[in-house]
Write a protein that binds this ligand. Structure first.
Ligand code: NAP
Length: 250
């Protein structure tokens, strides 16, 4: 049986990834911060293992991987936090907290999984980044910088761990109606405005992201490493389409 650990798997996008991994035959380690939420999420999946842990804490992650027992075939770094506010008013503590979970946490969990994968000579890691790491969004604080760092770290992991048989890729979701963005999209006016601005004319779902993660984990992606796949309905390419232009003559 294939083994997967998904961080941030107690809710939102991580939970959808854990569910799809379980449906595709993985034994899933549900790693997240809140022990109660972890227990509930794991209980809803066949054979899943609850792994309450803090990705920013090395000892906590190491203990979780020991508890999981098997060497993971797949690690998905999906744990993340967002602290919004204009940079001029953002505290250094908030900045550090975001980097600590989104970037340092992915390094800590990635290294813990990769050292085990290296001993076996195979494995796959998928890091969940964001379109905000490609094009910064005003008010998103350290989030975009942390995700851009994670995209770069994905490529370094590929260079250093590829020779040991480990593929490392990233998935960058766009406007996703789930998890940390769900409260924002609860307002129908915001949904219509944001969804209407996407070339595919809808918000994304957690399942849209999960399917891409599981594609990258599959043999269908056996020669793909170091890539960041954007899952955003094309919105990252729509800047020119949204700029005002002169009406055509006649
Ligand atoms: P979410 O529901 O808030 O999921 C993030 C999960 O990570 C939460 O369960 C959270 O636990 C957990 N977490 C936070 N700090 C942690 C830590 N130190 N150790 C372990 N787990 C921790 O939000 P989501 O939208 O599903 O986000 C999942 C990933 O997708 C994130 O990396 C996010 O940046 C990325 N993303 C989301 C969107 C979107 O529109 N939703 C778009 C682009 C990228 P708590 O709830 O207890 O804090």
């Amino acid at each position: 049986m294939k083994q997967a650990i998904v961080t941030g798997a107690a809710g939102g996008i991580g939970k959808a990834i854990a569910e799809l991994a379980a449906a595709r035959g993985y034994r899933v380690g549900v790693l997240d911060l809140d022990p109660e939420a972890v227990g509930q999420a794991a209980a809803s999946l066949d054979g899943a293992v609850p792994l309450p842990a803090d990705v920013s804490d090395e000892a906590s992650v190491e203990a979780a991987l020991e508890r999981f027992g098997e060497t993971p075939d797949l690690l998905v770094n999906c744990a993340g936090i967002l602290r919004v506010g204009p940079l001029a008013e953002l505290s250094a503590d908030d900045f550090r907290a975001v980097v600590n979970v989104n970037l340092t946490g992915a390094f800590i969990a990635g290294r813990a999984a990769a050292t085990r994968m290296m001993r076996r000579g195979s494995g796959c890691i998928v890091n969940v980044t964001s379109v905000v790491g490609i094009d910064p969004s005003p008010g998103s604080g350290a989030y975009g910088a942390a995700k851009a760092g994670l995209a770069n770290l994905t490529r370094l992991m590929t260079l250093e761990w590829g020779p040991a048989g480990i593929r490392v890729n990233a998935v960058a979701p766009g406007f996703i109606d789930a998890g940390m963005s769900a409260p924002f999209y609860a307002d129908p006016a915001v949904r219509a405005l944001r969804g209407g601005g996407v070339p595919l004319r809808r918000l994304g779902t957690a399942e849209d992201v999960a399917r891409t993660v599981l594609f990258l984990a599959s043999d269908e992606a056996s020669y793909i490493s170091g890539e960041e796949i954007v899952v955003d309905g094309g919105v990252i390419h729509s800047v020119l389409a949204q700029l005002p232009r002169k009406a055509p003559e006649g």
